[in-house]
Ligand binder design. Structure first.
Ligand code: ZN
Length: 81
């Protein structure tokens, strides 16, 4: 018996994202100068310190160290309710 589905298995399912979102794994890489991350700034300070960034794909927010603050737009630390 010939296995005609064999050729389908040669393609490996691999996400080739250069800079994947830690939550949704969508590509955040735009080019070598910019990413698709949305910068979050502190509007209450004059210097507008950067607080972190947000993923344009899934609305998750992260701090400067890529720690998850909000996952899919919801408070990550209060996810138990
Ligand atoms: Zn995401």
């Amino acid at each position: 018996m010939e296995d005609k589905t064999n050729s389908l298995h040669t393609k490996k399912k691999k996400t080739r994202a250069k800079d994947p979102c830690p939550v949704c794994e969508k590509e955040l890489y735009h080019n070598k100068h910019y990413s698709k991350r949305i910068g979050l700034f502190d509007i209450n300070t004059e210097s507008h310190d950067i607080l972190g960034w947000s993923c344009p794909h899934c609305d998750s927010e992260f701090d400067k160290s890529d720690n998850i603050m909000y996952i899919y737009g919801q408070n990550y630390t209060q996810g138990k309710s």
